[in-house]
Structures are given as C-alpha cells and as structure tokens.
Design a protein around this ligand. Sequence first.
Ligand code: ADP
Ligand code: MG
Length: 247
Amino acid sequence: MTAINVKGLYVSYFGNEAINNISFQTNTGTILGIIGPNGAGKSTLLKSLLSLIPTDRGVIEYYGKPVKETRNKIAYVPQRSDIDWDFPITVLDTVVIGTYPKLGLFKRPKQKDREWAYHCLEKVGMSDFGKRQIGELSGGQQQRVFLARALAQETEMLFLDEPFVGIDASSEQTIITILRELRNLGKTIVIVHHDLNKAASYFDEILLINKELVSYGKAQDVLKPNNITKAYSGQLSFLKELGVNLS
Ligand code: ADP
Ligand code: MG
C-alpha cells in the first residue's frame, strides 16, 4: 500500500529554489532515507512534506489523501539544532506535550497520559530521567526523549531530521532498533541523513537529492558511485575521503 505519494514538488525561499521537481512513492513498512550534501534541501523537503512550510507546486498525499487531512498521522522529530534546549521543561512534560494533538486543545493531561509518556520513555531507556530538565541531557539522551515524544503520538508515520548527528553510539543503536521495530509493524519512517555512512544498512529505500532528485529506489541501487558523484559533485574532497573512485 502506498503511504507517501509526492509528485512534482517545488519549494523556494524568497524566489530561490530549494527543492526542484521532486517525485517519489513509498509503500508502508519502509525506512526511507533522504540523503544529500549540506544545503541540498533535505530539511526543506521534510518540512514541506509536513506542511510546516508552503510549497510552490506539487502534490503531497498520504494513503491517497491530501496532506491537510492526514498531517496528524505523522510524528516529527526536528533537527536538534532547530530545538531551543534552554526552554525550561522536564523530560516527562516534553513527551506529554507530544500527545496534546490527541488530547485536544483544552484538555489537561491526565494521570493515564503521564503513564503513557512514562512508558514511551521506558522504551527509549530514559524513564529514570523524567524529572530532569531537557537542556541538562546529552545529545543522545535528548534525541531519545524526542523519539519517545514521537512514539507517544502513536502515528502511522515518523519523520526524523538528522537524528544521528551529535549522539553517542549506544543512543544511535537504541534509536535505529526502535525504528526498525516500527517499520516491521508496518509504519513508514522517513529519515534525513547527510552522510553516506551506514546508509546501506539503515535505509530500505533512499531518495538522493541535491535540490533535484538524483536517484530514488532500493538503497543498494541508489548507492552507486555515479549517483553519489552526481549528488556530491560540489564536495569532491568528501568523496575522496570515502574512497569513491571519480575516474
Ligand atoms: P539541508 O537540510 O539539505 O542541509 P536545507 O533544506 O536546510 O538543506 O536548505 C536548502 C537551501 O535552502 C539552503 O541553500 C538554505 O540556505 C536555504 N534555506 C533553508 N531554510 C531557509 C530559510 N528559512 N530561509 C531562506 N533560505 C533557507
Ligand atoms: Mg538539514
């Protein structure tokens, strides 16, 4: 079953095109990686898929319905650099707030909502930290809390922007394990990722972009030297580091 259908998507900032004619279709039960160099438009694409920023043109559908009707089927974990970590809020409240769309605007969280949030913290190994301020945690712990917040929303789809940047190896392992479990339950996971490291093992499908679509398909088919060279052509030193043969 098609979970995400995107056709001819264009997004610009003040007349400068950031995303140019992106199309793809992803089935349910997939971990899709959006990959490309810095400035390729990955975060822009993710935000436009979430209706957080306006699109110039194009179609975005989930389960065959327009994004306006289906936006609440998606939980979003923003890039860590987009979050205000000085905001005074506890770990538990961060997760409880994630359930507000379900609670409704004027309902106060009840004991059972707190218990559910606590359960989601347990899932990511952060239940001992419920009373701590979110800003006191390490990068990996913060990322796990935001995953718990996404889990608390019980959505069909999870979109994460650079979840593995600046986190420890064990948090990374915890996060990918949980995401794989969700995928195996038929959820659709979209992950923005800026390097090629582990891309083949983390993602079922890859959307390789550099403003435009460079390649889309099964991870092993997309991760071919010619596609990578095309996407990362402005970053030749980076390619040499990876040992990609340019000749
Ligand atoms: P990526 O996530 O792949 O690094 P982004 O989607 O953040 O790339 O950015 C794509 C391009 O759009 C970049 O050139 C960036 O400078 C520009 N851009 C991103 N956000 C904004 C914004 N809010 N206003 C203006 N330009 C932006
Ligand atoms: Mg980004």
